[in-house]
Design a protein around this ligand. Structure first.
Ligand SMILES: *[C@@H]1O[C@H](CO)[C@@H](O)[C@H](O)[C@H]1NC(C)=O
Ligand SMILES: *[C@@H]1O[C@H](CO)[C@@H](O)[C@H](O)[C@H]1NC(C)=O
Ligand SMILES: *[C@@H]1O[C@H](CO)[C@@H](O)[C@H](O)[C@H]1NC(C)=O
Length: 156
């Protein structure tokens, strides 16, 4: 009787969540830095030295990411920046397994399915930072460092 009462109180979503795959990457992350490696050498970032970036990965397997320069005036074209969105899945350890690009400022990326050999996320043991490696093409690999955003670091 008591057990039944408790079961009725548990939100359905929580039950479904408990059965779903683990997910270490879900959350909202702020960009710490981005390093472009072109032909094995550090190259100038197209977003300037101090880009602003955020990536949001939902528990339900959707993501949206935006990166833009803060030290360049792009009001005329609104093009000095990068936006991407889509869906993703995690593996049995909660790490990124695959990602499907549904929308992007770079139309060449739309429809891409990415696996860890190309797109790799590594969440630190404490869950507070995440390294990303994105192999853009044969010549260019980009490394991103993300830090978890939560209630404690909101400006307002
Ligand atoms: C990115 O930031 C981290 C943490 O501050 C630092 O350890 C790392 O050297 C930085 N990387 C680059 C390429 O600046
Ligand atoms: C950016 O450039 C536009 C057009 O020249 C100008 O009107 C605007 O004030 C500039 N914005 C900043 C933040 O410098
Ligand atoms: C991505 O991973 C999910 C979960 O294992 C799987 O169902 C799906 O088929 C994969 N998608 C692709 C395109 O590999």
């Amino acid at each position: 009787m008591k057990l039944l009462f408790f079961a009725a109180l548990l939100p359905f979503g929580r039950l479904v969540g408990a059965l779903a795959r683990p997910n270490r990457v879900a959350g909202v992350w702020g960009l710490v830095n981005a390093t472009f490696i072109v032909n094995n050498e550090v190259a100038e970032s197209p977003y300037g030295d101090n880009p602003h970036g955020m990536i949001s990965l939902t528990e339900t397997g959707w993501f949206v990411e935006q990166i833009n320069s803060v030290d360049r005036n792009n009001s005329a074209t609104e093009t000095v920046g990068f936006g991407i969105s889509g869906s993703y899945n995690t593996d049995e350890n909660g790490d990124l397994l695959n990602q499907t690009v549904l929308g992007c400022t770079n139309p060449d990326f739309i429809g891409d399915v990415r696996y860890p050999a190309q797109l790799w996320f590594d969440v630190a043991q404490d869950g507070q930072t995440m390294q990303e490696r994105f192999v853009r093409d044969e010549t260019t690999t980009i490394y991103f460092l993300w830090a978890r955003l939560d209630l404690s670091n909101r400006p307002s």
